[in-house]
Write a protein of this length. Structure first.
Length: 383
């Protein structure tokens, strides 16, 4: 399996990451497995600008905060550093999502496909269905190998030593409190209010800051954070959301230690839209807090930039490997939790109502199977 980190500078403050490969890496597949996550064709050139041109229209936007201007300058410098590296590879080859329809048809015909997955004895999978309407699910795969489960009429891949807590947070908190251990690393991608996402029927979001604040405060985070644990939270570029999260860090007894910026780029290494755009910005921020560190006034927040070619909507790069490298964590030697997860990671807990989204088999393809089919087709053509 190819590495997901395509470039890292000497100070480990600048990375290029392949998004599909970053999710494949955390599945815990055997080294010989040729399963690939289905994706979309990489964007070849930046999106056309839709920015307001007239001064009158531009004047309706609030003045850009100094902090954001400094961030944009930091990203420009990062791009300059990378342009001096002609050998940088911006993304790996992709298997595209048109294969999804074929996978769905295959699943209906062959209920035992995907030979790289192993179905362990039932004693190795521990779980309970908490609701007769199939809205929540708690499963733990204690096996050292991936397995597949059938749920609500579909098949899903379960990485080794992974835990699934599927369902709305408000309906599954009791299970979490009773079952969850202390965690050393927690990542959160909250459903922040977002105008463009709100128009997408399949994307569940909170519609106000007060709602999301109440939801996040309902999570017993402090009670499940080990000493010196890390909590990494994605935020939008809205200043009010950043301020809200920092206030939550205070309540969770966390100190902000690092700020990571994911810059979305094209397959040619250009930002997918203008860095200084008013309507749309090509970057998202990950704020990282640490429990029980030195007094906040003594802290200097470290910034890292991660470039990655955008993938399917709502699919972010999996930062586990970079987090492990940056903070000296060894895979398998810490407890990890992802809240509002859309995929699972080997050895981690995944919690949220979309936790199995990209674990569904329709999003995966076995390259050995594709190769066999192509070989059969060539033989048939010759005969």
């Amino acid at each position: 399996m190819e590495p997901c980190i395509l470039y890292e500078n000497g100070s480990s403050t600048l990375f290029v990451i392949d998004i599909p490969a970053s999710i494949e890496r955390v599945q815990g597949f055997h080294y010989s497995t040729q399963s690939r996550l289905l994706s979309v064709e990489p964007l070849q050139r930046p999106y056309p600008s839709t920015e307001p041109i007239s001064l009158q229209k531009r004047s309706k936007f609030a003045e850009v905060p100094l902090q954001e201007l400094l961030l944009q300058k930091h990203l420009e410098l990062a791009m300059c550093e990378l342009k001096a590296r002609s050998e940088v590879k911006w993304c790996l080859g992709r298997e595209t999502r048109h294969q999804i329809e074929t996978n769905i048809k295959d699943a209906k015909v062959d209920g035992t496909k995907t030979a790289d997955l192993y179905s362990p004895p039932s004693s190795q999978i521990v779980g309970t269905v908490q609701d007769a309407g199939c809205s929540t699910l708690f499963l733990q795969n204690y096996h050292t190998t991936s397995t597949r489960i059938s749920w609500a009429g579909n098949y899903f891949r379960l990485p080794p030593h992974s835990t699934v807590l599927l369902g709305p947070l408000t309906e599954t908190i009791d299970i979490f409190v009773k079952q969850a251990p202390m965690f050393n690393l927690i990542t959160i991608d909250p459903p922040w209010p977002n105008r463009s996402a709100r128009r997408k029927a399949d994307y569940q979001i909170s519609y106000s800051l007060s709602e999301i604040k109440t939801l996040l405060l309902s999570i017993p985070l402090a009670a499940h954070c080990a000493d010196n644990s890390l909590v990494a939270v994605w935020v939008t570029n809205k200043p009010a959301i950043r301020s809200l999260l920092l206030s939550l860090f205070d309540q969770w007894d966390l100190s902000l230690v690092e700020e990571w910026v994911w810059l979305k780029i094209t397959a040619q290494g250009e930002p997918m839209c203008k860095l200084t755009g008013l309507w749309r910005k090509p970057y998202e921020v990950l704020l990282i807090g640490c429990k029980n560190v030195v007094p906040k006034k003594c802290l200097q927040v470290k910034r890292r930039v991660i470039l990655g070619v955008a993938d399917l909507h709502s699919r972010k790069p999996n930062m586990n490997q970079i987090l492990e490298k940056s903070f000296g964590l060894e895979p398998g030697e810490y407890n990890g939790l992802e809240i509002f997860a859309r995929n699972l990671s080997a050895g981690w807990w995944g919690w949220g109502n979309e936790v199995l989204k990209f674990q569904e088999e329709k999003y995966w393809i076995n390259l050995e199977k594709v190769s066999d089919l192509k070989t059969d087709q060539k033989v048939q053509e010759k005969t």
